[in-house]
Design a protein around this ligand. Structure first.
Ligand SMILES: Cc1cc2nc3c(=O)[nH]c(=O)nc-3n(C[C@H](O)[C@H](O)[C@H](O)COP(=O)(O)OP(=O)(O)OC[C@H]3O[C@@H](n4cnc5c(N)ncnc54)[C@H](O)[C@@H]3O)c2cc1C
Length: 359
């Protein structure tokens, strides 16, 4: 039976552990906190499941492949996702073309039929992905680990460090046929000579909007780098900015958003969803992004250690891809595929094409 040691139980590591267990591997998963902890990038409240990636059909297809896994795990709120497009010929129309070519449901809609009292100023059109939705983030990671544990996964607690081809945990040397370091933002600290990530502080604001706003689609405003979702209990109505925040140490960011973030979120709410202009804030948790230069993920062999692999670089859009990325990684570990070239270690050309405009 092949063996694997996966370090890091964020969505990338947990989904990989789950896939390998399902394929009959003997797997140990090491996590310094607990799976789904809000200090990791995959923990906390919610993440959007959208298939649109502009002109990029690779990530569009990969996001679509992950949908069934999320449904099986029972953490997908199937409310749809709507793009509030400010230009006729922008990122959203490129997405629409790719979605249609891949047979992924998409349609232009009148946004006033979707949201009570939405202000449509500045919008060219609205694009609905009816099969998209909202993932319960911490719950999804825990569900992956629970399913893998039921299949025989061994979960170890503590912070591991690399030593040659092994991991050292509390003075113990852990070995396996393959050691996969899926450590999110911590990957760059563990392998500074190989991995470069920008780790930025990001905040979300959750408003008390009440039950009238339950069941509405999640929404993204690409050109304003704003996104969010309707009421999802126990969290509330989410408003967030995809603009990159200040540099931060992973695990050491302040737990709450500053006042400027609350003001910015309320301003967006007031202009786009005026009925919620005075909605009370429920909470304003903070998180971090682990950004590669071009927002492509990272998965590659360690160049000097056979059997050692690096997996990460979620770049602010990785959560939804966890299960499908894990299938690819498992194929590679089993020798049935080569690592996807766009995930390779090494220099990248800076680009934002996979996320939002950042303005
Ligand atoms: C505010 C915000 C909004 C986002 N919105 C979306 C979205 O809408 N859709 C989407 O798809 N994605 C979204 N993302 C991005 C997505 O959440 C990340 O890309 C993804 O969670 C990255 O997962 P990961 O497993 O690489 O990292 P992590 O979740 O951080 O997992 C790494 C794990 O490794 C552990 N670890 C680190 N070092 C060690 C060690 N030495 N020993 C043991 N354990 C260790 C950490 O504790 C952590 O649990 C968002 C992210 C943020 C912050």
């Amino acid at each position: 039976m092949p063996t694997a040691l996966v370090v890091g139980a964020g969505v990338f590591g947990a989904a990989l552990a789950d896939r390998l267990v399902a394929r009959g591997w003997e797997v140990t998963l090491v996590e310094q906190f607990t799976p789904g902890d809000a200090r990791s990038e995959s923990g906390g409240e919610t993440r959007l499941l959208r298939y649109s990636h502009g002109a990029d059909d690779f990530y569009t297809a990969q996001a679509w492949r992950g949908r069934d896994a999320w449904r099986e795990l029972g953490v997908l709120e199937e409310v749809g996702v709507v793009w509030l497009a400010r230009r006729e010929d922008g990122w959203e129309s490129e997405s629409e073309r790719v979605l249609r070519s891949l047979g992924i449901p998409v349609e232009r809609v009148d946004p006033t039929t979707l949201f009570p009292g939405i202000a449509v100023d500045g919008l060219a059109f609205a694009l609905l992905e009816s099969a998209g939705g909202v993932l319960r983030a911490g719950d999804g990671v825990r569900a992956l680990v629970e399913r893998a544990s039921a299949g025989g996964l061994r979960l170890e607690s503590g912070a591991a460090r690399p030593e040659g081809g092994r991991a050292v945990l509390d003075g113990r040397r852990l070995e396996a046929d393959h050691v996969i370091w899926a450590c999110g933002a911590w990957l760059a600290q563990l392998f500074p000579e190989l991995v470069r990530l920008r780790v930025t502080r990001q905040e979300v604001v959750l408003f008390d909007a009440g039950p009238d706003w339950a069941g509405v689609p999640a929404w993204l405003d690409f050109d304003a780098s704003a996104y969010g979702h309707g009421t999802i209990e126990p969290y509330g109505f989410k408003v967030a900015s995809d603009r990159e925040g200040d540099a931060v140490e992973p695990g050491l960011r302040p737990p709450q958003a500053p006042d400027t973030t609350l003001t910015g979120a309320r301003h967006y709410l007031g202009t786009r969803f005026p009925a919620l202009a005075d909605a009370p804030v429920r909470s304003s948790p903070s998180c971090h992004y682990s950004l590669t230069a071009d927002a492509n993920f990272l998965f590659d062999r360690h160049p000097a250690q056979p059997g050692v692999w690096l997996l990460g670089g979620g770049s602010g859009h990785g959560y939804k891809h966890g299960p499908a990325l894990a299938e690819h990684v498992a194929d590679v570990l089993e020798g049935g595929a080569e690592p996807e070239p766009r995930f390779a270690l090494g220099e990248r050309t800076p680009s934002r094409a996979l996320r939002t405009a950042g303005s």
